[in-house]
Design a protein around this ligand. Structure first.
Ligand code: NAD
Length: 572
């Protein structure tokens, strides 16, 4: 920033204070704008004095310095005490920039970290003992976390798009460091007791590699006799993101990329059962962003995630948007807050197999999809609906691919008692467990080649109706493909989430896609192709059926704003 730019920025701020002063600072006699004669220190003092006198402050230098200081331990800047009014907040922002000039930092273009303890070339890691300590985006209270994120976001607005791109690349990079990828994947499985390490490696990797970045924010332009109008995607501000146990780090990676790409800061509310791995991921991101000169605290959370803290986050006036990735309860809660809410809720994806399908391939795809991360993903096949004519052959093919067929009614009853609780919902301790583990619990020992438990059941069985999130796959027989489609629509329960169909009849594939209305519809492949594993297209771990955004991406976390230049810039 040169002197003229500083002076103009101050003038802009002052002219916004209810018209108290519309005189540009560059015209004010006290400020020397000559680049050759300006002494930076004096100029900063002059401008501070001007700001303070315009806003009724009496002690410019001490007050300003106390409010906004370079952080001694972290990169960027932090406020040492809270401001009282919006005017104060605007003043402290501009003061931050002026002080940055004075201290040799370049907050405005976010390209030079000030006092950062980490170097870009350092291998970013977090020691065992540091995982849940305060710092690097982890705060003692939700109020502190939100305030820090709000401050970061206001600084972030002044970063260039190039800097934003670098920060997004940094999040991808730090996740893809092999040690980090393995650590978060192992911890995710161990801490939650759900899913498996190898598949979490894949999920974390695609979240880092295939979540869209700033390229998603396309600008629309209309020009004509009246000038030029731009419609652009602009930040919401601070977003509160609630994350699930089933994809703890995947959701943090995906949401951080998408939300920061759109210019926001994000406060995470992780599931308490995934605390350590979630805090680790947030710290890794913060440390990486620090090396890149990002404003401190763009991605934050609390040291002890809890329902109370989530409630405090949802109610916090500085949180402008809520994004819940989880079950129906939390989705309903965010939708009833009165704030802009994105709800990515439960699914119960049916997979239809008709008589025209390649049955051997369908069998392999279904076993692969339904056993992925022990059936935890919301997109995973949860029940098969098969045309009777091919059902027996499908079962025999699936058995060759790692399905264990349970036909004994006594074993089925034992499994029901094991995995369905007294409320009629899935027993948490069985969610995300392997087929080997579940079979062992009912007295059947099998080797690790068994991936799923297959059971021929009527449509009203709870295994068909409930989203189990474990590798128990019911198969329901129907007479025709049309009946199969109708039943698929019924058991999907209007979640608008995911459905899969194996068929070579394009008319029936089209019919099912139209009737079921899911966000993701996979044809002739495993369900995970729908999130970009072996399928074309980008990845998201926040699939918003209930609120209609569907496959979320940076656009979903932005507002469409219009800039109108009247009677100019049309060059046609
Ligand atoms: P969950 O609903 O139990 O928890 C999700 C999050 O909400 C957690 O952070 C939890 O702490 C919080 N939460 C839950 N109830 C709350 C309450 N009353 N007050 C405050 N916070 C509350 O879900 P889960 O078991 O962690 O995840 C599995 C569910 O999430 C499944 O239903 C799955 O389909 C769904 N899911 C959906 C998507 C999607 O993109 N649509 C992605 C992953 C998971």
């Amino acid at each position: 920033m040169n002197d003229q730019k500083i002076a103009d920025a101050v003038a802009k701020v002052l002219s916004g204070f209810g018209g108290t002063n519309t005189t540009p600072v560059s015209d004010a006699p006290k400020v020397n704008n000559s680049p050759t004669s300006a002494a930076p220190g004096n100029m900063v003092s002059d401008i501070l004095a001007k700001i303070m006198s315009e806003t009724g402050k009496t002690s410019p230098s001490s007050d300003a310095q106390n409010e906004y200081v370079p952080s001694p331990t972290k990169c960027g800047w932090e406020r040492s005490k809270s401001s009282e009014s919006p005017n104060d907040i605007m003043v402290t922002d501009i003061v931050a920039k002026l002080l940055a000039e004075k201290h040799g930092g370049r907050v405005s273009d976010c390209s030079a970290p000030v006092g950062c303890p980490y170097k870009a070339s350092d291998a970013i890691t977090v020691a065992e003992g540091e995982m849940t300590t305060l710092g690097d985006g982890v705060f003692a209270s939700m109020d502190e976390a939100v305030n820090a994120a709000e401050l970061a976001q206001r600084q972030y607005q002044f970063c260039s798009m190039q800097a934003r791109q670098q920060f997004i690349d940094g999040i991808r990079e730090v996740t893809l460091v092999q040690d980090n990828l393995e650590r978060i994947s192992r911890m995710g499985a161990e801490q939650t007791g759900m899913g498996n390490y190898e598949h979490k490696l894949i999920k974390n990797r695609i979240a880092a590699e295939k979540t869209p970045g700033i390229e998603d924010l396309t600008t629309e332009a209309q020009s004509g006799d009246n000038g030029l109008t731009l419609v652009e995607y602009s930040a919401f501000g601070v977003i509160g993101a609630i994350t699930p146990t089933t994809n703890p780090t995947e959701t943090i990676i995906c949401n951080s990329i998408g939300m920061l790409a759109a210019g926001n800061a994000v406060v995470f509310s992780p599931h308490p059962r995934a605390t350590e791995v979630s805090l680790l991921m947030i710290k890794l991101i913060n440390r990486k962003l620090a090396t890149l000169g990002a404003p401190a605290n763009l991605v934050v959370t609390v040291q002890t995630p809890s329902i109370d803290n989530t409630n405090a986050m949802m109610a916090h006036p500085k949180v402008r948007m809520l994004v819940a990735t989880g079950g129906p309860g939390i989705v309903k809660t965010v939708m009833s807050t009165g704030k802009k809410a994105i709800g990515a809720g439960a699914g119960n994806p049916p997979v239809v197999v008709d008589e025209t399908a390649d049955i051997e391939k369908a069998a392999q795809d279904i076993v692969n999809g339904a056993s992925f991360d022990n059936n935890l993903p919301c997109i995973a096949e949860k029940e098969i609906i098969a045309v009777d004519q091919i059902a027996d052959y499908l079962i025999s093919c699936m058995k060759k691919c790692g399905a264990y067929l349970v036909s004994d009614p006594a074993v089925i009853t034992k499994l029901e008692k094991l995995v369905i609780n007294t409320k009629g919902t899935p027993e948490t301790s069985c969610v995300g467990k392997s087929a080997v583990y579940l079979l062992d619990k009912v007295g059947i020992t099998v080797d690790a080649s068994v991936k799923i438990i297959l059971i021929d059941l009527p449509k009203d069985h709870p295994f068909v109706q409930e989203e189990l999130m474990m590798p128990i796959l019911p198969l329901v027989r129907v007479q025709t493909v049309d009946e199969a489609i109708d039943l698929a629509v019924e058991v999907e329960h209007g979640n608008r989430h995911t459905a899969i169909m194996h068929s070579t009849n394009v008319r029936k594939l089209t019919k099912m896609a139209k009737l079921i209305q899911t966000t993701i519809f996979v044809k002739n492949g495993p369900s995970y192709a729908g999130i970009g594993v072996g399928g074309e297209g980008y990845t998201t771990f926040t699939i918003a059926g209930p609120t209609g955004e569907g496959l979320t991406s940076p656009k979903s976390f932005a507002r469409r704003r219009k800039c109108v230049m009247v009677e100019a810039l049309n060059v046609r």
